[in-house]
Write a new protein. Sequence first.
Length: 343
Amino acid sequence: MPIQTDVVIIGAGPAGLFQVFELGLLDIHAHVVDSLPRIGGQCGELYPEKPIYDIPAYPVIGAQELVDRLMEQIEPFNSQFHLGQAVTGLERKDNGRFALLTSTGTEFDTATVIIAAGLGAFQPRQLRAPGAVDFNDKCIHYKITQAQELVGKDIIILGGGDSALDWTLELHDKVKSLTLIHRRVDYRAQPVSVKKMKTLAENGAIREFHGMVREVLSDDGEFHGLKVADAEGNTHDIDADEVYVFWGLSPNLGPVGEWGLDIDKRQIRVDTEKFQTSETGIFAVGDINTYPGKKKLILSGFHEAALAAFGVQKHLDPDKRVFLQYTTTSPVMHKRLGLEKEK
């Protein structure tokens, strides 16, 4: 028999986890489905040790630590997770509810759906220079999971976005040498990170290089580094023990793109009142949605989850009056958080 529920959240990244919390405060129980075998989404799968600097009250927090903290926060709500299974089907039933099916055959009969799937079915953009395939996941990597293992090594970081710059700033004083290679002079990362990186380069703490990777340097199956061409076409051999590629993710909405939602450039359009999609009862929060002024920040996903929760509550019970209650003072909130036992 299908699992009966009020909400199915698709995606167990930070936005999906905080969505559980906001729903729980409104006494709405959720099931969470994720195609990955572990909780955490992109943060847990690709950037578990990445430092994050823009979470309120945390000057810095690791991506996996953020996931762990969110899991601790939602513990009172006993949400059920269905991991390692992708959503393969979603249909509206005659009664307005949804039939949702996963790749492992799990069926849900749910009143609402919240899509918090990040970039959808994602994978890192690969280094495709000649010779790279032989060293993928050996000396060429797309995530950092054990930063302490890089101590004393010569490393290359490829990229010009936040991940590349964050890791450059984090690792420069831990490794033997670090070369940051970006194909353009302009960076996509936060200006403050770029400024710090430039200072390190000027002081000789790192090497900054602009160019395109032409091939992998190797000899008798042993990795030596990368051959890189500069803007004038001159090639340079850059020695390294390890290369870390942070060129972003290649997004694929997968089955989500077939559900009849209003989509703009692989993102789902939503309103900004309750973050509902073009289909009543289907909401979207986090990186997968778009609206005027959208910023792809974890912080934005948290805000969206809060308003989406109230939107779900209104959808479930349109006639019920909703009063905003504060977790600091509300006995009802304390009870739901497990701070007060029912009298």
